[in-house]
Design a protein around this ligand. Sequence first.
Ligand code: F6P
Length: 323
Amino acid sequence: ITKIGVLTSGGDAPGMNSAVRAVVRSAFYYKLEVFGIYRGYEGLIQDDIKKLNSRDIAYILERGGTFLKSARSDEFRTPEGRKIAYENLKKHGIDALVVIGGDGSLTGAHLFYKEFGVPAIGLPGTIDNDLAGTDFTIGFDTACNTAIQAIDKIRDTATSHDRLFFVEVMGRDAGFIAINAGIGSAAAATLIPEKKMPIETLIERLKVREKAKKQANVVIVAEGGKSGGALEISQKVKKFLPNYDIKVTILGHLQRGGSPTSFDRLLSSKLGVAAVEGLLHGKYDVMAGLINNKVVYTPIKRAIVDDKDVDEEDFRVAKILST
Ligand code: F6P
């Protein structure tokens, strides 16, 4: 391997820049050339590819988003699209790929390896934390911190007005951000897709809190729950809690931005180095992750398919602390 291509794909995540920087720096350390592929697989198909030098990665570690830009490519899902992408890789002489993204992006890397034999390695870049083979994904810690800071502010105004707030957080169909934010912001309840809480239980809990004159009443709702998002849940409980003035806040994409936390900087830096070293040691079609603070390479197929559940202990703690 002499020339590596690196791309970020899918939803951006804080720490992606720092992961790219680590890939580029370690590639230079091992005397390899690096090509930046802009706008993920879309850029690979459109030949939006540029050789990177050390100036390109100066002052990016601390920046949110991804300077390589990101996209969700429909064309890459087709065999024809992947063929064009492969031809572009060959044209630049790129002989290995580092893909930073979530499950959809890593699936692309897996297919590319399977169909064309291109040595590819994935890094878990998503705020959702929904990939097996790593304790934490790049961007998750920052997203949780952002969510908690926002919820703290909501709690101030909720308490001042004795209002009940339903705050919706991201996570697609996983409740990692929600459970973390729920514990970290002393939520009255946390609703996650993995554990269905009957609406009656939620109403009961809120009534008990009302009786006990609990001041801060913020309920965290993970997007992607079967009973609906924050808006729907709030409408369902409204008629059973007539004394509450109910408000809804959807945190949305603000959770995806911002400067990465120290944890995300460390995680992405370690994994960026692990990606390059993994490729040099013939570790293909795998995702580099961190388990118990050790780099672990997991077959991409397992990382995207194996269920990573919200920690039972976290769920138990959230429940105890909100009653
Ligand atoms: O996967 C990251 C994520 O932010 C999810 O939490 C969310 O459901 C989704 O992406 C939103 O995607 P988009 O930015 O394409 O609307």
